[in-house]
Design a protein around this ligand. Structure first.
Ligand code: ADP
Ligand code: MG
Length: 701
């Protein structure tokens, strides 16, 4: 149960001043509330300003630069009302200071309102953006107008929030103020000496200052209030991880020792030799499986490093021990692909395997579910969703999660908490810069596939302007006549699935006209059976040019595809480009990647493409990516952020993160059930940042 103390922060935003059902819906979208749910007050409080408007500049009318935000102290001279009936002419109020005259301009403003706001003969402070027309200064719709005596009420430093249609600035400020007013006095969860060392304000004050910075310094990410809030979030995250790990270590697993018989058959059926790091990873996993503690291991390997075989060999071990294994893929497409690769090997090794996705229905589905329950199926291949829906196994010993890009570490742990005594192996191709490992992996055990399978040839990457499209198509024609296979990737169009698909369909039609029936199409909006058919055709060679949206990004494996064309490569991030390129270079044939761009290129886009041309190393690319996103970046320009973090920037706060980890470890050692007074405060912290799943584990354990 959430501490009652926090109730005011977990109210829906519609309970705030000025927020009705309609604005509430807009606000909920802005705050990323889950589909169909309303954002809560705490979500608004964690929505920090991204910029400041500085109104301290008071240069005088004549010296106010074009486009600058300034504050002017002026005397009101006369009102020039628009002619009756002509609403296009603005209402102008002329005013002056010692340096010159300025026109304060209003469109569609009620007359009486302007008269009251700017009475002739009086002095007012006006603040807003200066515009110069033909040498005449004006200010259109000043943001603030206050009498001389009320100067103090003029916000000289004003926060700017990311906004969305349906919310005005005024509404936002008012709602935030109301929300700040309802922050209760909370017990401090921070370690006293740490807080004193950094001279951090308490939580409520930190929030207040973060929303009402009084100087530009308050707004810097290194400021005391913002660092404190970031630390709170990092601590909540690390503490949740530490609690879950402790729980997991305590919960009894079962030791599964294989005799190597099934694995040997799988290995014998492989058309290649395992790499050294594949062997090492299998050995590490087998050692974990043999121990009575539960395994939570991450298998990290760049695209094409051969993770699937490792998953199959791990499954073989538990099957030898008489238990079952499940391999879960993020999408149906990938589940089917795993099934295709694995089935042949499984047959050779006498493993009874089945596929279960949303597609199997009726009798077929019933038979599979029965087979899992009575143990006549050894290995299940399916989608994540299915595992969560709770299919019953006779004796499930191992779950392998083939992970979608940037699956959060918390989700991983939640998953592992589900399967009773099940061991969990998570596979990821996301290369993580060293500085971020802690955030992503917590203190999971990690196996790494550091070498590529033998005989792999480097991929030649070229950056080509899309004005040379015809040449590119000709080149594809020449190569496909020789038997080559190519992916042709069309990017997301302005984040819209629909346009995205249209672009791909159009490219498909255009290429088909030129290259004929060897062109196929696959995109996310197709029926799964159609998508499957397209992939199968491509794998079998009936289709040689596969036009695709980014659905092929994760994990698709057609080893003899050797060309990938990426259209509008400038729109992709580095990680995505790397994943996409990883679809080729999967055999001993030389491969090519053509990055088509549409100029002019921005500096960052150009740099990205250059990096892609220079290296294939996922780690180097990840580090560069981090660099490009910028160490000096401010809150507002953050592009993609880290999943699950709202106030912290783990990518730039690794020292803070390490402190949080040590802090969390100490807490779990000395007060594992969070029973001390600080423990009670820490529970509040976990709820505040939505990490309370960890608390339920303490109870259950
Ligand atoms: P990823 O790590 O990206 O999931 P996959 O498991 O899909 O990689 O493997 C990529 C390709 O490499 C597959 O076609 C697979 O059969 C092949 N492969 C895996 N291990 C080896 C190896 N040791 N030698 C040669 N090819 C391998
Ligand atoms: Mg894979």
């Amino acid at each position: 149960m959430r501490p009652a103390l926090l109730n005011p922060l977990f109210r829906p935003v519609t309970s705030l001043a000025g927020i009705g059902p309609k604005t509430g819906a807009a606000l909920s979208r802005l705050l990323d509330a889950p589909e169909g749910e309303e954002a809560r007050v705490v979500d608004l409080l964690f929505h920090l300003p991204v910029a400041l408007v500085d109104r301290r500049n008071q240069p005088g009318v004549a010296l106010a630069p074009e486009g600058a935000i300034v504050t002017l102290k002026v005397r009101i001279d006369r009102h020039q009302k628009p002619p009756r009936g002509n609403r296009r002419v603005p209402y102008r109020v002329f005013a002056h200071d010692d340096t010159g005259e300025v026109a304060l301009t209003f469109f569609h403003a009620p007359e009486g309102w302007v008269e009251k706001l700017l009475p002739v003969g009086e002095t007012r402070y006006v603040s807003g953006r200066m515009e110069w027309f033909n040498g005449r200064p004006s200010m259109v719709h000043p943001d603030h107008v206050v009498p001389e005596a009320d100067f103090a009420s003029l916000p000289l430093i004003e926060p700017v929030y990311p906004m969305t249609a349906g919310i005005t600035k005024k509404l936002m400020l008012r709602a935030v103020d109301d929300a700040l007013g309802s922050v209760p006095a909370l017990p401090d969860w921070l370690d006293g000496p740490l807080r004193r060392k950094h001279q951090w304000p308490d939580f409520a004050d930190a929030l207040r200052i973060a929303h009402h910075p009084s100087t530009a310094l308050d707004f810097s990410p290194e400021s005391k209030p913002l660092t404190r809030l970031a630390y709170d979030e990092l601590l909540a995250s690390q503490l949740a991880l530490a609690l879950m790990r402790a729980h997991q270590r305590k919960s009894v697993g079962r030791g599964r020792k294989g005799d190597g018989s099934v694995s040997a058959k799988v290995i014998a059926a492989l058309p290649f030799q395992l790499t050294g790091s594949q062997r090492l990873a299998v050995a590490e996993i087998n050692a974990d499986l043999a121990k009575p503690e539960r395994m939570l291991r991450l298998l990290q390997g760049d695209v094409g490093s051969g993770k699937t075989v490792v998953a199959l060999l791990a499954s073989a071990t538990v099957i030898e021990a008489g238990a079952q294994a499940a391999i879960m893929a993020p999408t149906e497409l990938l589940a089917r692909q795993h099934a295709r690769t694995v089935t042949r090997l499984a047959e050779a090794a006498g493993i009874r395997a089945a596929v279960l996705t949303g597609r199997e229905r009726g009798k077929e589905r019933d038979a599979i579910i029965a087979g899992l329950a009575d143990g006549s199926i050894d290995l299940l291949i399916g989608t994540h969703a299915l595992f969560q829906a709770g299919v019953d196994f006779a004796d499930l010993a191992l779950v392998v999660v083939d992970e979608q890009h940037r699956f959060g570490v918390h989700q991983r742990l939640a998953l592992s908490a589900k399967g009773g005594a099940t061991d969990v192996l998570v596979m990821t191709a996301t290369p993580i810069p060293r500085t971020l490992e802690l955030t992503y992996y917590g203190d999971m055990d990690v196996s790494r596939l550091t070498e590529k399978p033998a005989g792999r040839r480097p991929i030649t990457t070229s950056v080509v302007s899309s004005t040379r499209m015809e040449e590119v198509v000709e080149r594809i024609r020449a190569r496909t006549t020789e038997g080559a296979k190519a992916y042709w990737i069309c990017p997301l169009v302005e984040e819209s699935d629909v346009l995205d698909v249209t672009a791909a369909e159009e490219r498909f039609k255009a290429l088909k006209k030129i290259l004929g029936p060897i062109v196929g199409l696959v995109h996310g909006k197709m029926a799964p059976t159609e998508r499957d058919a397209a992939m199968t055709d491509f794998a079998a060679g009936r289709v040689q040019v596969l036009v695709a949206t980014t659905v092929v990004e994760v994990g698709v494996d057609v080893p003899d595809a050797t060309i990938i064309v990426i259209e509008h490569a400038e729109r992709f991030g580095l990680a995505q480009l790397h994943q996409l390129r990883g679809r080729v270079g999967r055999s001993d044939l030389p491969s090519t990647c053509l990055l088509l761009y549409k100029g002019p290129l921005g500096q960052v886009a150009e740099e990205r493409l250059k990096i892609m041309r220079e290296t294939e190393d996922g780690f180097v690319i990840a580090e560069k990516d981090l660099e490009l996103r910028g160490g000096g970046e401010t809150l507002g320009t953050r592009q993609s952020g880290m999943p699950g973090f709202r106030l912290a920037h783990p990518e730039h706060q690794s020292a803070l993160m390490e402190t949080a980890r040590d802090d969390a470890r100490l807490i779990v050692e000395t007060d594992p059930d969070l029973k001390s007074p600080r423990g009670a405060a820490l529970r509040v912290l976990l709820y505040l940042f939505g990490r309370d799943a960890a608390i339920r584990l303490i109870r259950a354990g």
